[in-house]
Design a protein around this ligand. Structure first.
Ligand SMILES: CC(C)(COP(=O)(O)OP(=O)(O)OC[C@H]1O[C@@H](n2cnc3c(N)ncnc32)[C@H](O)[C@@H]1OP(=O)(O)O)[C@@H](O)C(=O)NCCC(=O)NCCSC(=O)C[C@@](O)(CC(=O)O)C(=O)O
Ligand SMILES: [Mg+2]
Length: 291
């Protein structure tokens, strides 16, 4: 299991940002060849990202590349060049079931040619249209490579002809749907970036709202956002201490042959134990506690 509390976007044509990528502390980075790169920079950005993957040491940081739509003039070249330098995953913009199937096949061919393990390059569909949102189940089922879905609220609200607000009530349904379907298929649900990099209070509130609904992480667009998002998505010491007490009490209850018991007057049963186990696992992955 891998933590994806933050996925930091950076333009694929910005060498200054890319060279710092491995040390910024994000769980994942997304090197963007799509909307952050203008049409006349597409070829140069692809080459820069390829070189970065070949030369920089990304140990401990998942590397994802957002390609252009596979239906566009750039998508196939992006995939064909980038997959051969083995990113951890490809982020697929405005993903449809057909896109994912096509990209899955192309990746399998490249993996055979390059002698990579079949299925080793993963996929993350970006859900950012109304149709994409309604077809999310089919998109996820289209490939076993899918490890997460990223919600793109700017494009989604533009597609729906509605306004994007700081409070985000307009994306409540989309967040809930993405979170629920992703949880059903046991993959990560990554929330849309918060666009105002100077509004830290707004970022924290937005991240808390996303977490409360079941999103497992959030995209970032600026390194200053990383620690705040990590704070929200990491278990607190209070949660960890309570989880430890639950698991300790469970051992005692098991010895007494009890499946349900009470702790501080509150019932503890299988779902409460599962939540406690999840908290401990996340705390270990986040390096907050040791094995
Ligand atoms: C926002 C801003 C312009 C602010 O600039 P500022 O200059 O105010 O930043 P400062 O904080 O002053 O920077 C201080 C230092 O950090 C460095 N630094 C900044 N950002 C960094 C970074 N990301 N990675 C590494 N390094 C970074 C910087 O180089 C400087 O380094 P140095 O000079 O050495 O001190 C800048 O962050 C930025 O460009 N972000 C990336 C934007 C981007 O990728 N967007 C596309 C992807 S989203 C998308 O597409 C979503 C979606 O798909 C979803 C949907 O649909 O909703 C869609 O369609 O919208
Ligand atoms: Mg977009």
């Amino acid at each position: 299991m891998k933590l994806r509390r933050t996925m930091l976007f950076m333009p694929g044509n910005n060498p200054g940002m890319i060279q710092n990528a491995p040390i910024l502390g994000a769980d994942s980075i997304i090197l963007d060849l799509e909307d952050a790169v203008s049409l006349d920079e597409k070829d140069a950005a692809r080459l820069l990202v390829k070189n970065a993957l070949e030369t920089l040491d990304f140990t401990g940081c998942e590397v994802v590349v957002r390609i252009n739509s596979i239906k566009s003039d750039f998508g196939y070249d992006d995939l064909n060049v980038i997959a051969r330098v083995k990113p951890d995953a490809i982020l697929v913009p405005k993903a449809t079931e057909e896109d994912i199937e096509e990209i899955d096949e192309i990746l399998s061919t490249i993996e055979r040619e390059e002698k990579f393990k079949l299925g080793s390059i993963k996929l993350i569909p970006l859900v950012e249209t109304a149709l994409g949102l309604e077809n999310i189940r089919e998109t996820i089922l289209a490939s076993k490579r899918n490890i997460a879905v990223l919600l793109g609220a700017e494009d989604l609200t533009a597609d729906m002809g509605i306004k994007r607000t700081r409070e985000g009530n307009e994306i409540f349904y989309a967040r809930s749907k993405v979170a629920s379907v992703c949880r059903a298929f046991k993959i990560d649900a990554i929330d849309t970036p918060f666009a105002d990099v100077n509004d830290i209070e707004g970022l924290i509130e937005d991240t808390k709202r996303a977490k409360a609904i079941g999103m497992t992480g959030k995209a970032a667009i600026n390194p200053r956002q990383i620690d705040y998002i990590h704070d929200v998505f990491s278990p607190t010491m209070e949660e960890i201490m309570y989880a430890k007490r639950v698991l300790h009490a469970k051992e005692e209850a098991l010895r007494e042959g009890k499946g349900v018991f009470s702790l501080d007057g509150k019932m503890v049963d299988a779902p409460v134990i599962q939540r406690a186990e999840n908290i401990i696992m996340k705390a270990k992955l986040a390096g907050i506690i040791r094995e």
